[in-house]
Design a protein around this ligand. Structure first.
Ligand code: B12
Ligand code: SF4
Length: 492
């Protein structure tokens, strides 16, 4: 029996930071590692391979954004007599829906259960649904990266040391559905680092954790290990972690080349509205300068379309961000994923398109732009295309290759001995701005056709009676903190 693990990334050739990141689908290697030898396995990764379905069973990892596309493949394969298994975050949050397109689905973390699924498959008694459970640290095993063969990923040394997240941001899927926060035993991590060094000696480590440094004690031990291994690395951090000078110094001395910071908004009321309390009252610009002095490049992750955004505010924010020496900015629109508290709050009030991931895009901006700029809800102050217009303008203006900005990136790189990494950053910055200019021209054409002004500086839609979101949080700021839900990678 031949089982093919499949990773679909729809927007490979469109403007999307993930389209040129290309990192290995590590969760599939986790499953491959626990597949019994009686099943022959292979990988089909849309990032690197031509899509050809050759096998008996197809096991897709599935995120919401690509659900429709995967369901189409799944339906066709099943009509052709093949078996389809769906797993990952989307089947976890929308199990009944996924079951309509699969012979079996697996919810939650799956490595403990996967041998049972395989045994059922071999014995011809596959069940329609399996519910996985969070893997305890004692059962975590080193990932075997040889599964990815000779595929050329931009950041092949992608790994994670923790699972789940201890925060509760209202737009985030991971916080609620990926189990409690857990840390991988350091001896397991060490074996992965050793193998990655052997396979990709020149690559830096890219930690893809939601919240790598959430446990301060573990963070110190992990940074000690990376320092001992003499490996350079990048990771995501929360704003409060980023503003912790001691932690930042520890990271620098452990070989940190760059961090992606979940800033989202410079306005505290926006952060509070989405329960991103750890950003409130922090001095981000100061921390960026400190990081730069330590040789750490900073990518600021920004979300547009938060509840208190208005055209005036976005204009002011753009000026403000332009003065902060981030090496890169990653711009996204707020997206509403099923199962998040934000989605659940907005759905009954008719503010979000129900099950937007299943329907054909009708909004012209959503048809023109990649999913990371999709808007499937009604904002109080912006029509979708206007929000998208702002996101593209931000990308262009903040990604502009001004000589002073380029010189700053190079200066940081010299300090941190990371010139190659700086080259990647600058290439991403340039490419992002270039793609955004092309898309902006298309969007403006569409806006003109719809009779909407290409550049609004004032409220386009009358504010609706009800506020977009409940801006009063239930939880106390001191107990919550957050990174970023949209899994924006640390390097682009
Ligand atoms: C690293 C990462 C990426 C990487 C690599 C993704 C990958 N395919 O490996 C990159 C940067 C490429 C990426 C891209 C995107 N990502 Co991402 N990503 C993550 C992140 C931070 C960690 C994933 C991870 O490695 N976890 C560790 C492993 C062990 O856990 P796991 O992935 O859940 O896998 C276990 C189970 O889910 C299950 N499982 C997974 N797949 C399968 C398949 C089968 C057949 C079975 C049986 C089981 C199974 O078993 C695994 C082992 O236990 C998660 C957040 C999170 N905590 O999950 C977001 C997350 C999954 N990403 C998200 C998003 C939105 C995206 C993008 C759509 C972003 C975009 N472009 O706008 C793209 C989609 C790409 C794609 N096709 O998957 C969202 C998904 C939301 C949703 N409802 O779909 C998440 C949850 C972040 C968030 N909090 O919102 N991502
Ligand atoms: S956005 Fe980041 S920090 Fe916040 S709950 Fe999600 S994963 Fe955790």
């Amino acid at each position: 029996m031949k089982l093919v693990f499949v990773n679909i990334m729809q927007e490979l050739h469109r403007f999307d930071s993930t389209s040129y990141i290309t990192q290995p689908p590590v969760p599939l290697a986790v499953l491959n590692g626990v597949t019994p030898p009686a099943i022959e396995t292979s990988l089909l990764d849309e990032q690197t391979d031509d899509i050809r379905f050759e096998g008996d069973v197809f096991a897709f990892t599935l995120s919401t954004q690509y659900a429709r596309k995967v369901y189409r493949y799944a339906d066709a394969l099943r009509a052709d007599g093949k078996k389809v298994i769906l797993g990952g975050i989307h089947p976890t949050v929308c199990p009944e829906e996924a079951m309509r397109h699969a012979d079996a689905i697996v919810t939650g973390e799956a490595e403990l259960l996967w041998p049972t699924v395989c045994a059922d498959l071999l014995g011809g008694r596959l069940q329609p649904r399996y519910d996985g459970s969070p893997t305890p640290p004692s059962r975590m095993r080193p990932i075997d990266y040889r599964f990815f063969g000779k595929r050329r990923y931009l950041t092949p040394a992608s790994l994670f040391a923790t699972r789940g997240c201890n925060r509760r941001c209202s737009f985030c899927v991971s916080s609620r559905y990926m189990g409690p926060f857990r840390t991988k035993p350091l001896d397991v991590l060490e074996r992965e680092i050793d193998q990655l060094e052997e396979l990709y000696p020149a690559a830096f480590l890219q930690f893809t954790d939601d919240n790598l440094l959430a446990d301060r004690q573990y963070a110190t031990a992990l940074l000690g290990l990376v320092r001992h291994k003499r490996r350079r690395f990048v990771t995501m951090v929360t704003v409060d972690q980023f503003c912790d000078t001691t932690l930042l110094e520890e990271m620098a001395s452990s070989g940190c080349l760059g961090v992606a910071v979940g800033l989202e908004s410079v306005d505290d009321d926006n952060c509070v509205a989405v329960r991103k309390f750890q950003n409130v009252g922090r001095s981000f610009p100061e921390a960026v300068r400190r990081a730069n002095d330590l040789g750490i490049q900073v990518c600021g992750l920004i979300m547009l379309g938060l509840p208190h955004d208005t055209p005036d505010r976005l204009a002011a924010t753009l000026r403000h961000l332009g003065e902060i020496p981030c090496s890169l900015y990653d711009l996204r629109t707020l997206r509403l994923y099923p199962s998040t508290s934000l989605y659940k709050e907005m759905l009954p009030r008719g503010k979000v398109i129900p099950e937007w991931w299943l329907s054909e895009e009708t909004e012209p901006g959503n048809r023109l732009l990649p999913g990371c700029l999709g808007v499937h809800y009604q904002h109080d102050h912006f029509a979708p295309m206007q929000l998208q217009h702002w996101a593209l303008r931000y990308t262009i203006e903040l990604g502009h290759m001004r000589p002073a900005a380029v010189a700053n990136v190079v200066r940081i790189a010299r300090r941190g001995r990371g010139l190659k990494f700086a080259g990647l950053l600058l290439a991403a910055r340039q490419r992002g701005a270039k793609q955004a200019r092309i898309l902006l021209a298309r969007l403006e054409e569409a806006m003109g056709a719809n009779g909407e002004p290409p550049r609004e500086e004032e409220t386009a839609r009358q504010a609706v009676a009800e506020p977009l979101l409940n801006s009063v949080p239930e939880s106390s700021p001191s107990t919550l903190s957050c990174n970023r839900s949209d899994c924006s990678p640390p390097v682009t």
